[in-house]
Design a protein around this ligand. Structure first.
Ligand SMILES: N[C@@H](CCC(=O)N[C@@H](CS)C(=O)NCC(=O)O)C(=O)O
Length: 205
């Protein structure tokens, strides 16, 4: 059975878990990270030298980096469903997944780390900067969703699974947010899915 290491309140762990729930593949999840430890042991670091979660073991194939893991699982178990045949549709999903890592999550975590975990830069200026910037980046996704049903395009795909946990984090911070009707429509629909109800947990911790 496929094994996945990672605590359930990590957005990076929630990404591949969303994919696994969507394709309804049985898996074994092993708690790791923060209070659970495990991720800093020599055994774990032999699998994932970064010492972070998630990591998967698929019949001896070890993989880490949450977006790469989500893509691998979608390709292997959700081909033609979560992962389309069309090259441009695939590239679109890649684009939004990269954007989540490189552009979107930074400003969200600039608020999440100090407000929820008491970590990072706790100054009001840093939190406010994250709040303003996160509103700006979310407006980019809102504009995309004005013309597309899903982050992935016409079908619900791997990119929706990958972005869902971060967007949920943003919506669950006690901050002022710009009104983004298309993003809100997408987020409300996402949270109705059985996968999201099971994997994307509230309150955020
Ligand atoms: N780029 C990596 C980042 C992974 C990462 O930073 N994971 C965090 C949790 S979200 C972690 O393991 N932190 C240490 C811990 O939980 O102890 C990925 O996307 O997989």
């Amino acid at each position: 059975m496929l094994k996945i290491w990672g605590r359930t309140n990590s957005i990076n762990v929630q990404k591949p878990l969303m994919v696994l729930e969507e394709v309804q593949l049985p898996y074994e999840r092993i708690d790791a990270g923060l209070q659970f430890g495990v991720n800093n042991t020599p055994e774990y670091k032999a699998m994932n030298p970064n010492g972070v979660v998630p990591t998967i073991d698929d019949d001896g194939f070890i993989l880490w980096e949450s977006n790469a893991v989500a893509r691998y699982l979608a390709r292997k178990f959700g081909h033609g469903k979560l992962w389309p045949e069309d090259l441009q549709a695939q590239a679109n999903q890649d684009r939004w997944m990269d954007w989540q890592q490189t552009t979107m999550i930074g400003p969200v975590n600039a608020m999440f780390a100090p407000l929820i975990r008491g970590m990072g830069d706790t100054s009001p200026e840093a939190i406010e900067k994250g709040r303003v910037r996160s509103g700006q980046v979310m407006a980019m996704l809102d504009a995309w969703l004005a013309g597309n049903e899903y982050v992935s395009g016409d079908i619900f795909g791997a990119a929706d699974c990958v972005l869902g946990p971060s967007i949920h984090r943003w919506y669950n911070l006690d901050i002022e947010r710009p009104k983004l009707a298309h993003l809100e429509r997408w987020f409300d629909a996402l949270m109705q899915r059985p996968s999201a109800k099971k994997i994307i947990i509230s309150p955020i911790t």
